[in-house]
Design a protein. Structure first.
Lengths: 145, 110
């Protein structure tokens, strides 16, 4: 059955729902002709940003909204993520590689995810604005097909 | 598409070689870490063969770092073999490649 990729799709912001969110975006990417050899890198970016939202957006549960589309002339596949959680721009996080040069026993374990997100996507933007009548975190992520 | 990871274990001299087959992501990184730490505990030294590891995210990297920290604390070696493709990119992008010894293949281990 052909998946419908138009409009916003709603998922629970839970780890159990992560694979459904990932598969929805990856299926859309294939539908919009993202090259097969680029799909693992795209998956990495999806996992890091979606898991970040799942872990940090809501204290008491909520939803993630996903929209997919492409810019054919620019050869870019886009997805947008919206949530009604705490206002938070994950793109403001500092890349740990710029500050952490320590040996393994002192090396911090966090922060790589957002560094991967920044490296994976060519167009990244964040806004905290109205979404379906309520203020929401809105992330737009563009990936070269 | 469920994510799966399997490990095949071989003992070679002072080394236990764990071949990772599949993918490590947020859904199974805890399982992978448990296997790595348990194998390290019973081994003199541990090598992770990544020739059939197709994908890892930061969740997998954290499992590798925790295993590396424990190895250092216990004065054991934890090294990587046969790193390639997307996994190699991720190790390099994160600087994790600089923290571990990396061998072209398990045959080079002594």
């Amino acid at each position: 059955m052909q998946e419908n990729f138009s409009g916003w799709k709603k998922f629970p912001a839970t780890e159990d729902a992560y694979e459904n969110i990932r598969d929805f975006i990856i299926d859309a990417a294939k539908n919009f002709n993202v090259q097969k050899e680029n799909l693992l890198r795209l998956e990495l970016g999806i996992e890091e940003i979606v898991i970040n939202i799942i872990h940090y957006a809501y204290k008491d549960g909520g939803d993630i909204f996903v929209k997919v589309y492409d810019d054919e002339p620019q050869n870019i596949f886009y997805f947008e993520l919206a949530d009604y959680g705490t206002p938070f721009n994950p793109l403001d996080k500092i890349d740990p590689r710029s500050i952490d040069k320590s040996e393994i026993q002192d090396r911090k374990l966090g922060g790589f995810g957002i560094a991967f997100v920044k490296k994976t996507f060519v167009n990244l933007s964040y806004a905290y604005e109205d979404f379906q009548g309520q203020k929401a975190n809105l992330l737009t992520l563009g990936f070269i097909k | 598409m469920a994510t799966s990871i399997e490990f095949q274990e071989v003992v070679q001299g002072n080394w236990t070689i764990l071949k990772a087959i599949g993918r490590i992501d947020t859904t199974n990184a805890a399982v992978a870490e448990k296997t790595l730490l348990a194998t390290l505990d019973k081994s003199k030294n541990l090598a992770l063969d990544m020739s059939q590891l197709e994908y890892t995210s930061s969740a997998g990297l954290r499992a590798l770092l925790r295993t590396g920290k424990k190895a250092k604390k216990n004065k054991k070696q934890f090294v990587f073999c046969s790193v390639s493709g997307m996994v190699k990119e991720i190790l390099e992008d994160s600087g994790t490649n600089l923290l571990f010894q990396i061998y072209d293949s398990a045959a080079e281990l002594q």
